[in-house]
Ligand binder design. Sequence first.
Ligand code: NAD
Length: 478
Amino acid sequence: MHTQLFINNEYVDAKSGETISVYNPHDESLVADNVQIAGQADVDAAVAAARAAFKGEWATWKPKQRSQVMRNFADLLDKRASEIAPLEAMSMGQPLSVVHMMLSMTADAFKYYSGWTDKIAGEQFPEEDGIYNIVQYEPVGVCAGIGAWNGSAIFFGFKIAAAVATGCTFIYKGSEKSPLLLLQLGALVKEAGFPPGVINIISGDGRAGSMLASHMDINKISFTGSVFAGKKVQELAAKSNLKRVVLELGGKSPSLIFPDADIENALVHHSQNFLFNTGQACIAASRTFVHEDIADEFIKQLKGRYEQFTHTIGSPMDPKTFLGPLVDGKQFERVMNFIEIGKGEAELVTGGKRHGTTGFYVEPTIFLNPKDDAQIYREEIFGPVITIRTFKTEEEAIKMANDTSYGLSSCVFTASTSRALRIARQLEAGMVNINTSQTFAMHAPFGGSKQSGLGREGGRQGMMHYLEAKTISINMRV
Ligand code: NAD
């Protein structure tokens, strides 16, 4: 198991001398100690390697060479998934089946973006007053990525695949809560054939993140995490060298369920899909609004399903487990604290307790009719806790859905296409799901409006953030 930093295609000890230990949230047993933590000298070394690579051999590679090495990496990821997946399950409690799904999506990101390397076209404009303008897109340079723990590999894949497709180089720091799977990827980077310094992987906590955000020789940073830390990253980027910033932040996404909806489908999306990854998903529709005509029956049935899902709680290493533990003791305390507060703010329908006596397991929980200013209704919980309110009219539902500082995702469940599209236009969110939830497509922009983020990842838009436009004006009279 690699626990060192991966810089310039070599595993190296951190110059900081600092290490952390990673514990299994299933039973708090030690998974790994001696995980190296990057300090300023380590971050500087990674940035220097990425800068040298950006100016070196990598800059001379043809698009088809970049495509090939990206596909090599994707193939290796597919082949080695079962070797590395257990590390993520053990360090963050993600059920093995989910880790595999995420690794496969990560490989898909590299396959998808490998098709873009030779399609980065520019523009040209008709001559005007003797001047002819050409716009070309160039890689922005050395980029950094910081990720959260709930989808370690995916954030790595989304950011790095888009960046290297354009010719940028990268330093990636995952979360200190789940560093192990990511550190193993260094070996695959080298084996795939990326030149030294193109992809560097470091570990560390918010301090290492701040060092990246404030570094004077990083041109762009893409951050996935909380609103609080995202704002810090933007501030540090502005105070240092005004590096370009993309932020993928938290959410408190609404879901609107109308009486004409396919109720079985809505139930699946608000139970199984909502509870995916033990509710630790930025796009989870945690504020559900049900029309009053169907509310009683919907809630009764949803309660039954949540109680059934309690039986799927188990060790993340068991292939049959659907609900794993929360990532660590800190997150467990946070979620349990919200639940205790929620008991005074809303009606507890089901759940609301720790599951078992060891490990950080929480019962799937439903709260009904939270007060308007309830913390469980306003703040992102990031666990298996859903709140439900009822509504009478479409207008009222839209108003409640938009009454949040977040704007990541949203859902509408209805049989009426015109109603769905009418509402989609009015929802203040980067993504609207109609009769579905938690959707994700490699070719479509992913990201939030309002305080859920800045910029998009995925598709062409995600790649364009790694390119800088250059306008070349030619005097045709000379
Ligand atoms: P977090 O903000 O605490 O940490 C995320 C990352 O930022 C970690 O790598 C951490 O080390 C680093 N970090 C912390 N403070 C920093 C600072 N001051 N400067 C630079 N880096 C810093 O978030 P988390 O608890 O790891 O993840 C949960 C949050 O992430 C939730 O809010 C969730 O909604 C959000 N998230 C968003 C998306 C998305 O795509 N929009 C996806 C997944 C998670």
